[in-house]
Design a protein around this ligand. Sequence first.
Ligand code: FES
Length: 152
Amino acid sequence: MSQTTEYSKKVLDHFMNPRNVGEIEDPSGVGTVGNAKCGDIMRMYLDIDDDEVIREAKFKTFGCGAAVATSSMATELIKGKTIKEALEITNKAVAEALDGLPKIKLHCSLLAEQAIHAALWDYAERHDITIEGLTKPVNDIDETEEFYQMEE
Ligand code: FES
């Protein structure tokens, strides 16, 4: 995995050609998260069927290139997954699927992870259910220091 300040080919590809940009009309769940420090905002829309499988995922990101790339990869990773499987997609999984991110850009992958959680939280609230293992996402991810960091 690349640990330099260079962007991997996959990051550049997902930044230049982001997958699943846009919004879902009448989504099952939608969540927005931001990072007050860098000012980036990510909104995730999910379409979830009766078997709790994520049929569609779309996003809108107002942010840096890495935030666009991580949103794009996150939507690709969760499509076709169950809610339970989607919860296992951490910021580490998103960063690794992109062949790594520069250290100072790892927080962008946390935005993607938290956007998924925020959309699932909204889904749970709309359906009056509890999703095991899902905690209420924070609106500002800068409030949490706990996220995957690659070794020096
Ligand atoms: Fe903050 Fe990318 S610089 S999300």
